[in-house]
Design a protein around this ligand. Structure first.
Ligand code: KIV
Ligand code: ZN
Length: 512
């Protein structure tokens, strides 16, 4: 066991000796008050780490903790009707293990577990998880809450990390281990038929040898076996390091846990550094079989890891996520209502704008990608997944503002009105749209574009075609005819229901 001193200890750019191309100077920020992770935690020395060479080939067991960890982070915690709505959504999506509350901490959570225990509509393949600290009276109340539930996991947690031992609990390693063992013995006595889970809080800041000692002792005490495995859940309660460090910590546990076939190795990342998803994914490569998180990343501070992003990341790799996201808007709206928190418009896979391109070059590439599709495989530039997979229509994919180009405008007129503008006319109309959107600062929807197009080009005022006028282009689609004329004043496009009407529109325009 060593620290991490040689692997990744860059001193960063040296502001005063920075190379000429780097104009950055000292920030003035008080960064010196923080210590790097390798001075705060013993990281297992894994010179032969295997996770970088793995790929994720199947979904882990997903366990939503929205009703416990997520709920603990809400300004207005859920009552039974809100909890039940979230629970029903989770069941409908296909989750099979769901943490439903902390029954010894609040009457509301206790009542909700009792509500579930007295209903007959909990599917047979769904197991509820309840959360408890290592205190006898709280464990007893937790077991009272699950009485009558046909399947349950009782999840014991205790803080094990050094600062928590020293500052919060005021107990040493041996005392904390003894406290955990005492709690676990009581659990074994109270619930011989339930399953058990243990979480060493702030696993990622705790010494690996100590975690291993506690976990192995619990595996033995609870007599875990392949047909009644226990869950060791290893939380990155507060993220402190780059995701590769968490992956090393998980691989170390995966390789060293006793009775490995009788243990489900679970992870529970939070998102303090914004790398919760990366931590979970690398942890899966490192051996994690179960992942706890919340939908859309709700949870204390910056949230729990987002299960939606994780699962749909698998979907986008051709791996069955084992959860149904086919109507993501209903899922998002239900979660937002239960949590009373909005989901960001840029949220991966679910935000309102995540399948939308405003930029002209992106629109052009997307349009070409759609047109080039032949088989079932999805390969459309700028769209990591087919929006239809999650119940989104293609309508929002291309939206037009002042940054958009002719490809996007043509795409909207084509898909909404069946108009196929001639190539040169597209370029001209796109300049007209740009003027209009620049002037208004507004987005133009398909209907706005169609009105502007009609007002510009369908202007059949002229009665005849002057002798000095040459018709240089004629095209049509199923709806309109298009004509370009050359006159002494220049070239002009027009459109109309017939080729002659299109020419007359162009003549009208030439006189304006
Ligand atoms: O983040 C955490 O550590 C938790 C528990 C699993 C203790 O929510
Ligand atoms: Zn947590």
């Amino acid at each position: 066991m060593t620290g991490f001193p040689t692997l990744n200890t860059p001193s960063g750019p040296v502001p005063d000796g920075a190379p000429a191309w780097n104009p950055q100077r000292r920030s003035g920020m008080p960064y010196e008050k923080y210590r790097p992770f390798h001075e705060r935690v013993v990281v297992p020395a894994l010179d032969d780490r295997r996770w970088p060479y793995k790929v994720i080939e199947r979904a882990p067991l997903w366990v939503p903790v929205d009703l416990r960890d997520g709920n603990q982070a809400l300004a207005e915690p859920m009552d039974t009707p809100r909890k039940r709505r979230m629970f029903d959504l989770l069941v409908a999506m296909g989750f099979k293990e769901i943490e439903v509350g902390y029954p010894s901490a609040s009457q509301t959570d206790y009542d909700f577990v009792r509500h579930l225990a007295t209903r007959t509509d909990i599917p047979d393949d769904v197991t509820v998880v309840v959360f408890t600290p290592a205190r006898a009276e709280l464990i007893e109340r937790t077991f009272a809450s699950i009485e009558g539930l046909p399947r349950a996991v009782v999840h014991l947690y205790t803080a094990t990390a050094p600062i928590w031992r020293d500052v919060v609990l005021g107990r040493g390693r041996a005392e904390i281990k003894a406290m955990i063992m005492e709690a676990a013995t009581l659990m074994a006595r109270l619930g011989p038929s339930v399953r058990f889970q243990f979480s060493p809080e702030v696993f990622n800041l705790t010494e690996p040898d100590y975690i291993l000692e506690i976990c192995d002792a619990l595996t033995a005490l609870w007599d875990a076996s392949p047909d009644r495995p226990m869950i060791h859940n290893l939380p990155a309660t507060v993220e402190i390091a780059t995701p590769n460090v968490y992956a090393d910590q998980i691989e170390y546990m995966h390789r060293n846990l006793a009775r490995r076939d009788s243990v489900i190795l679970s992870v529970h990342p939070h998102n303090d550094r914004g790398t919760g998803v990366a931590c979970a994914e690398l942890a899966m490569l490192a051996g994690a079989q179960r992942v706890e998180g919340c939908l859309f990343g709700n949870g204390e501070r910056t949230g729990n890891v987002d299960l939606v992003t994780l699962a749909l990341n698998l979907h986008a790799q051709g791996v069955d996520p084992m959860i149904d996201f086919s109507d993501i808007d209903v899922i998002r709206d239900t979660v937002a209502e239960c949590n009373r928190l909005p989901v960001h418009i840029r949220h991966p896979y679910a935000g309102d704008l995540v399948y939308t391109a405003f930029s002209g070059t992106h629109q052009d590439a997307i349009s070409k990608g759609f047109a080039a599709r032949t088989g079932p495989l999805w390969e459309v530039p700028y769209l990591p997944i087919d929006p239809a997979d999650v119940g989104r229509s293609y309508e929002a994919v291309i939206r037009v503002n002042s940054q958009s180009g002719k490809g996007g405008i043509a795409h909207l007129l084509q898909t909404h009105y069946g108009l196929s503008l001639p190539r040169r006319m597209r370029a001209e109309f796109s300049a007209i749209v740009q003027q209009a959107t620049d002037a208004s600062g507004k987005e133009y929807g398909a209907a706005d574009l169609h009105s502007l197009f009609t007002a510009t080009y369908l202007v059949p005022g002229a009665a005849s075609v002057p002798a000095d006028t040459e018709v240089v282009a004629r095209e049509h689609d199923d709806h309109l005819a298009y004509a370009e004329i050359r006159t002494p004043e220049g070239t002009f496009w027009g459109a109309g229901p017939t080729p002659d009407a299109a020419v007359l529109s162009a003549v009208t325009r030439s006189r304006r």
